[in-house]
Design a protein around this ligand. Structure first.
Ligand code: NAD
Length: 367
């Protein structure tokens, strides 16, 4: 493929405005990809694509089909609420476009599997914006664990707590949907657990609820225990209706208890603690690494390099299905009060939703 790739951005308000302003200009600067059209059902939001991506009003559309008929593109970037992802995946595949789509993939396991199969049966590539895994602080923590300097992982703790209890403070649709905390937030934090532990989840046990003062239609709070395939445990505290924001987006608390060190990430400060029974622990501050691109920018770069013939990045749809099954297993656990075997959960869904078992044996999202 010669010259930069050409993309259509779907969704230019909300988080899409952030894509216009911050995440996408670096793709053009590095010669990887250029915008050829933007789509949003709310025409007013298209001004972000004009202002930050330099698209002319003729290249901004309220209808995706209109955009693909008028503008030749290689891929679509989907940044609309998850209940609309499948519709845009379908249209992108119809027009032979590769797809980069925001996490979460969809609002239930069945839809996620359907999307997985459609993409798997096409010749197109799909990447998922697992952006938080590629934050500098989470990458630094995962790298420290990977170095084995502090031995084996015993358990990991994550705290993500915010005050978004007033209606609309976390985007309107999240206050109206089922299980916003697990589906819209934990999806990113479970992804970081997988990166730290370098494996998938074996079992999940979750409790989720909404406190009376949270203006949510679904559960805004959850406590989850996860056993990973390595035998390490992960403990997750997620809350969107607390009285204060202690560790919000980007400032999460992660602690990895390793054999020879306590690794703590708190509001982007990474420290290692060590010490005996009655001693004050010794503390070492670990500097965060520097590189030009992190988060969604890094994900978009990796995706473009993959389309251009580079190696398969760790943000494929197939990889995302592992985090997705953790999320919906947690939802099921919270509903039933039971611990869920995540591998069985995924297998059952694959079997339950397949018309021909034999054909689908090949379609288990193995990572
Ligand atoms: N990775 C992250 O940290 C992160 C952060 C925020 C949002 N997200 C994800 O980004 C996606 C969008 O979230 P948001 O908060 O921006 O949502 P939003 O409700 O603010 O909508 C974003 C834009 O999509 C447009 N839109 C809505 N339905 C549409 C449709 N059917 N067709 C075309 N345009 C449509 C809206 O007009 C709006 O401009 C979601 O999947 C969300 O989970 C990810």
């Amino acid at each position: 493929m010669s010259g930069p790739l050409r993309y259509i951005l779907v969704g230019t308000g909300g988080w899409g405005a952030q894509w216009c302003r911050t995440f996408l200009p670096p793709l053009k600067d590095s010669g990887r990809a250029i915008p050829v059209a933007a789509v949003d059902v709310n025409g007013e939001k298209l001004r972000y694509a004009q202002e930050y991506l330099g698209l002319s009003p003729q290249h901004c559309f309220t209808d995706f089909i209109d955009a693909v008929h008028k503008r030749r593109a290689d891929f679509a970037i989907i940044v609309v609420p998850p209940q609309f992802h499948e519709r845009y995946v379908d249209m992108a595949l119809t027009f032979d476009l590769h797809i980069l789509c925001e996490h979460p993939l969809a609002l239930d396991m069945e839809t996620c599997l359907r999307i997985y199969r459609k993409v798997r049966n096409s010749s197109r590539k799909m990447g998922i914006v697992a952006s938080h895994r590629f934050d500098p602080d989470k990458q630094a923590l995962a790298e420290l664990v990977r170095s084995r300097r502090y031995g084996r992982v015993n358990y990991v703790v994550c705290r993500f707590t915010e005050n978004c209890r007033a209606f609309g403070t976390w985007g309107k649709y999240r206050h109206e949907m089922q299980d916003p905390l697990l589906i819209e937030a934990a999806v990113h934090h479970f992804d970081v657990f997988r990166a730290i532990c370098e494996c998938n989840a074996r079992t999940v046990h979750a409790a989720s609820w909404n406190p009376p003062w949270g203006r949510f239609g679904g559960d805004s709070t959850a406590l989850v225990t996860i056993e990973m395939d390595s035998g390490a445990y992960c403990l997750y505290e997620g809350a969107k209706a607390n009285a204060s924001t202690l560790n919000g987006w980007g400032n999460e608390y992660f602690r990895v208890e390793c054999e020879h060190g306590t690794l703590e990430l708190d509001r982007r400060r990474l420290r290692v603690f060590n010490g005996g029974a009655m001693e004050e622990p010794r503390v070492e501050l670990v500097p965060l690494p520097e590189q030009p691109a992190w988060g969604a920018v890094r994900v978009a770069e990796m995706f473009c390099d993959w389309l251009a013939g580079g190696e398969k990045p760790p943000i494929t749809l197939r990889d995302a299905m592992r985090t997705t099954s953790m999320v919906f297993a947690a939802v099921q656990s919270s509903r039933t009060g039971r611990e869920i075997d995540v591998h069985q959960f995924l297998d059952q869904w694959v079997d339950a939703t397949s018309s021909t078992r034999r054909a689908d044996a090949d379609q288990r999202p193995e990572v």
